[in-house]
Structure formats: C-alpha cells, structure tokens
Design a protein around this ligand. Structure first.
Ligand code: ATP
Length: 328
C-alpha cells in the first residue's frame, strides 16, 4: 500500500510564467485546508538538491496571487539530469520528511519529475506553467492568457504609431516550436499577417499578401512573426527582404522578448492556477502519482506525465482558417 502523504513540497522549475504564484498559493492553501504540512522548495531542482526548503502555512502566501514571476524563484539545474543529482535531491526530501512534491513548470520539469518517480517510487504531480500553451493534456497552461493579453496590448500601441506613419511593422513574439501566442494574439489584435512555425507561408506569398493589403487601401500593416517561424529569415532579415522587394513600404521591427513573460496574471490565469493547485494536492492524497493536471472543456483532468511530455499541442486549425479570413 502507498505510504500516507502527510507533507507535500511545491516548487517552480524551468521558465517562469505569470500565474505561477497563484498556483503556489493554491497548493499551500489546499494543504492548510486539508491539514497537510507543506514546504516550499526554492530555485527548482537546484534547491531540492541543496535542501533549500521553507515550511509554508496559509499566511505565507498572502498577497502573491496578483504577482508575476515566482516567489520561489526558478532555475535550470544540470545536476538533476544525473542519477547522482537526483539521489541527493531524494536524500534531502527524505531528511525533511517530504512525502510528495508538486512541480509547476514545463516539459523538461515534468520529465525530471517522471524519472525521479520511476527511480524512487516518489509521488509527484505536475502543474503546467508556461506561456507557450503547448503542453499535451491541457487546453490552457498557466501564463498563456496573460502573455497573449500583453502582446495584444503592445500591438494595439504599435498600431497607433504604424497608422500615423503608414508603416509596416514586423513584430516578433515568443513561440519556438508552436505558434499559439502568435496566432491567438495576432487574431485578437487584427494583424494583417501571422507567420507561425507550423506553416511555411513562403516569402512570395508574404509579398503578395502585403501588395494586396496596400491595393485594398490599408495604410499600415502589422505582421506577427513567431520566433520559430519557418519562413527561413529572422525578423530583421524579413524587414530587409521586404524593403528590397516592396520599396513602397517603410518597415520597422519590434521584438517583444521577455516582457511577454512578465506582468500581473490575468484573472483567467489566477483562477486556472487556483483550480489546478487544489486538484494537484487532492490527486496526490487520493494516491495518484506521475500525472499532470490539465483542463479540457472547463473540466480538470489528469494526464500521465509520460503522455504530456510526448510533444507539443498543435495550433487550432479552425483558428488558422479564421485568421486567413480576417486577413483578407
Ligand atoms: P520551459 O517550458 O520554460 O522550457 P521546462 O520545465 O521545459 O520549462 P527545462 O529547462 O527544459 O524547462 O527543464 C527544467 C529543469 O528540469 C531542468 O533544468 C532540469 O533540472 C530538469 N530536467 C529537464 N529535463 C530533464 C531530464 N531529461 N532529466 C532530468 N531532469 C530534467
């Protein structure tokens, strides 16, 4: 029979995302509500290896639901990728009397947790915290909604200046492997063209589309480019290419970068994180392990981590179609 869980640890790992604090708060408060001990682990798996733990109670997480980033700090930890590193981490957890942990992070963090579980039969639960929204087993990851709202707000501002000067703007957004941010924020901000890694639009089609835009009377244009776009040129090369082939355009580039990861989480992300934290703790107490909490059709679901880490969720084909229609 599985060991009774009396103490749960929570950590954030990998890239930070807005809403992680709301998830930490939820795990801590659920433990308090259910009268389970809770400890925080600082700096991800690095802190686990070093025993950087702090006992938490319901009051330890006051006034953090609205804050971006993660109060527990995050880190990338090479040592945890080695059996020796994971053994040290396990020793620290045992020493601190921890019976299970909840890791808030992305695919890499979940892979580490799954390997750890396989090696030590130690109960683990994942909560998806990444702005990329590309994790299998959930329609939304914590931080995505905040990120797309940040991007839309910035594009709205850039559009003001673009239309005042009849300019074409290339705006690079995050999304190395999947274009969820580009597609959603692009549709939401009314971009004229959206270039995502999933689609190789081709330079000729881009030029044709821009020519059509100009002919149809548009005085300014916004093109959203996901950083992993397959068109074969980075955003600055794209600017040079378009200026060379379409001299009618005055082209500018804006790379949004890390601002997309910051900021106060939206209400959607706070609620999602609160729900996922409760589910993660309850699932562990029900004896479940090696799962990731996700949301589908507004229901919380559990997906085995082994499934969740298998790849990336594809962009929504229907939204691509909507985008094509809207950019006519
Ligand atoms: P993001 O989506 O922001 O990249 P992530 O969780 O995927 O988040 P990673 O840097 O890939 O971020 O992973 C976070 C940490 O998880 C790593 O620094 C490492 O400690 C651990 N980790 C990742 N992959 C493995 C692995 N194969 N084995 C053991 N630990 C791993």
């Amino acid at each position: 029979m599985a060991k009774e869980i009396k103490k749960i640890a929570v950590l954030t790992s990998g890239g930070d995302s807005p809403g992680m604090n709301a998830a930490i708060r939820s795990v801590v408060r659920t433990c308090a509500y259910l009268e389970i001990e809770c400890v925080a682990i600082y700096r991800g798996y690095q802190g686990m290896i070093e025993g950087d733990f702090k006992p938490m109670n319901a009051r330890s997480v006051n006034n953090i639901i609205n804050k971006g980033g993660t109060i527990l700090k995050s880190a990338r930890c090479l040592e945890f990728r080695t059996p020796e590193g994971r053994k040290k981490a396990h020793d620290q957890l045992v020493k601190a009397g921890v019976d299970a942990f909840v890791v808030i992070g992305g695919n890499g963090s979940f892979t580490g947790a799954m390997i750890f579980n396989n090696e030590f039969d130690f109960p683990v639960m994942g909560i998806p915290g990444t702005i990329d929204n590309d994790i299998i087993g959930t329609s939304y990851t914590i931080g995505f909604d905040t990120a797309i709202n940040t991007v839309v707000e910035v594009i709205d501002k850039i559009r003001d200046t673009a239309s005042s000067h009849n300019r074409l703007f290339f705006i690079e957004v995050m999304g190395r492997d999947v274009g969820h941010i580009a597609l959603n924020a692009g549709v939401g901000a009314g971009a004229e063209e959206i270039l995502i890694p999933e689609q190789n639009l081709g330079l000729e089609r881009l030029l044709d589309s821009l020519k059509r835009s100009k002919k149809s009377g548009k005085s300014s244009s916004i093109v959203i480019v996901a950083e992993g776009d397959k068109i074969g040129k980075n955003v600055f090369e794209l600017k040079d290419y378009v200026e060379e082939h379409l001299p009618i355009y005055d082209v500018r580039v804006s790379v949004l970068g890390h601002m997309q990861r910051g900021g106060n989480p939206t209400c959607f992300d706070r609620v999602l994180a609160s729900r996922m934290g409760v589910k993660a703790v309850e699932a562990l107490l029900e004896g479940k392990t090696n799962y990731m909490v996700g949301i589908r059709d507004n229901d919380l679901i559990l997906t085995p981590i082994s499934e969740a880490i298998k790849g990336h969720t594809p962009v929504d084909e229907e939204l691509i179609r909507v985008s094509d229609i809207m950019t006519t």
